[in-house]
Design a protein around this ligand. Structure first.
Ligand SMILES: [Zn+2]
Ligand SMILES: [Zn+2]
Length: 206
């Protein structure tokens, strides 16, 4: 199975052009780390309203969006378009994830070969170091999942989180909960094992 040559950026209405441009820069940084910047193109898709995925009833999850449902919507769109690209969707509303009937707040969600959702927070927060580090960390993590991290066969430095294999090194963005502020995201977002796996994926599927 070969990898797709395009990543399309989509965004929730209200996400600013500064946020979108920043994410494009961060995706290009990811592609450079993995050494595929000349093989994958980053393009802009469109905006979505997404208001029907927002919780409206006055409960503790009011204002949050259901990440699973948005995921299905995006995967469906991708399929209709002929499955030619990967989707990265930026949202400013908070999102939650369902597992075994329990909801938890998440910063992002990503699935092999398909779609990533990244919470970019409110537009004005993009100017702070903390938010920029948060976005880069979450984005790199979800892109890692899109490109098959963590591999089924890997048994070392692995930890399970929400039913999915993650890296057990806290200094790696594939650690279950990304601790962006302590990491050198420009130079070493991934640990040696995860980076090796990623580069291998592209070499084997080229
Ligand atoms: Zn993850
Ligand atoms: Zn790692």
């Amino acid at each position: 199975m070969k990898f797709k040559r395009e990543i399309q950026i989509f965004w929730q209405m209200g996400v600013s052009s500064k946020q979108i441009e920043f994410v494009k820069w961060a995706i290009l940084l990811f592609l450079r780390h993995v050494r595929v910047e000349d093989k994958i193109e980053v393009t802009f898709g469109q905006s979505f309203r997404l208001s029907k995925y927002k919780q409206k009833r006055p409960s503790e999850w009011k204002g949050f969006m259901d990440a699973d449902k948005i995921f299905e919507f995006l995967k469906n769109k991708q399929k209709i378009d002929g499955n030619k690209y990967y989707s990265v969707l930026l949202v400013h509303n908070k999102i939650f994830f369902n597992q075994d009937g329990e909801r938890s707040e998440i910063a992002g969600l990503g699935q092999s070969d398909a779609v990533a959702i990244v919470h970019v927070d409110q537009p004005k927060k993009i100017d702070t170091y903390y938010t920029r580090a948060y976005i880069v960390g979450v984005l790199m993590h979800e892109l890692g999942h899109i490109f098959h991290l963590i591999n089924e066969s890997r048994t070392y430095n692995v930890t399970l989180y929400k039913g999915c294999k993650h890296c057990s090194r806290k200094t790696c963005v594939m650690y279950p909960i990304v601790i962006s502020t302590g990491l050198d995201l420009e130079k070493t977002p991934f640990c040696f094992s995860c980076l090796f796996e990623l580069r291998n994926f592209f070499i084997e599927n080229d």
